[in-house]
Design a protein around this ligand. Structure first.
Ligand code: SF4
Length: 284
């Protein structure tokens, strides 16, 4: 049987992550004793080149500050709170800020709203690094909600001006639902759609491909919420499997599918997708 393998056009690293990876390689070439504060993406495979270039992973501020060998700190695309950046600088660390420009915009918007007296409602995941970073730009009148009912658990002052913003990678349908409910409940609220459209583009493009093929393969790390959500969406359109590496592929089980589509979330490297394509071409 002649197999056709198609890669979704937008599959893999988003511009923010791609830019951060490329810049971190350059930083590693020119600066020894460099660490990255937190994993660049939730994808062990994609992180290998970073560590091969000599960048070490540090998961906490204390680890960085207490390690006298570390001179340079890379801030990943998610960004960090400004007080943490300050602390690193005060401890003599040189900062390479690779915060995605779109995330930086949200951080600065959050700060502006907060400075103007708004209570900032962040639609996002409480402990997600991007949310922690954005929250750090606001004063204490800030709450994080994952759904409308979460607001009831907070003690926000509804007499202040309210503003809704979002973690960049949240679901747009949920954002609109929450906005509608807030609109019906509060008159003094402003809305700022700060979602990034790139994950949606990957999703739409992957769904188009899924309609043309017999089997979809999502490539990425199963820890990545973003890639998992892409997988969930695709399963409702076409038979889909989720693989991290070629070891997850049972070739006999996919031989009956002539047209195969490949995709990956914003944390999946193009290299990873290409390596699966090559593996299929060689083994089918
Ligand atoms: S998903 Fe969007 S906001 Fe997040 S890092 Fe990628 S480009 Fe930036």
């Amino acid at each position: 049987m002649k197999y056709q393998i198609k890669i979704a056009q937008k599959a893999g690293f988003c511009p923010g992550v791609k830019n951060a990876f490329l810049k971190s390689y350059k930083i590693a070439e020119n600066h020894k004793n460099t660490c990255i504060y937190g994993e660049m993406v939730h994808n062990n495979f994609a992180l290998i080149p970073i560590y091969q270039k000599g960048i070490v992973l540090k998961k906490t501020l204390d680890e960085i500050i207490n390690d006298k060998n570390i001179e340079n700190v890379i801030i990943r695309a998610h960004g960090i709170p400004p007080n943490e950046e300050e602390l690193l600088k005060n401890n003599g660390k040189k900062i390479f800020d690779l915060t995605c420009p779109k995330v930086k915009k949200v951080q600065l918007l959050a700060k502006k709203l907060s400075d103007e007296g708004y209570t900032v409602i962040i639609f996002g995941k409480e402990n997600h690094p991007e949310v922690l970073g954005i929250k750090g730009y606001c004063n204490e009148n800030t709450v994080v909600i994952k759904e409308f009912d979460d607001l009831k658990k907070t003690n926000i002052d509804i007499n202040t001006k309210l503003a809704l913003i979002s973690q960049t990678t949240m679901n747009s349908i949920e954002f609109n639902k929450i906005s509608d409910k807030l609109k019906n409940s509060y008159s003094n609220i402003s809305f700022f759609n700060t979602l990034c459209d790139f994950p949606i583009k990957i999703q739409d493009n992957s769904i188009e491909i899924a309609k043309e093929v017999d089997l979809m393969i999502v490539v990425g790390d199963k820890k990545s919420a973003n890639t998992q959500s892409l997988f969930d969406k695709l399963t409702s359109v076409k038979k889909t499997i989720f693989v991290e590496t070629e070891n997850d592929i049972i070739i006999e089980e996919i031989r009956s599918f002539q047209k195969i589509g490949l995709t990956g979330g914003t944390s999946t490297s193009q290299l990873q997708i290409d390596s699966i394509k090559k593996y299929l071409e060689k083994n089918l």
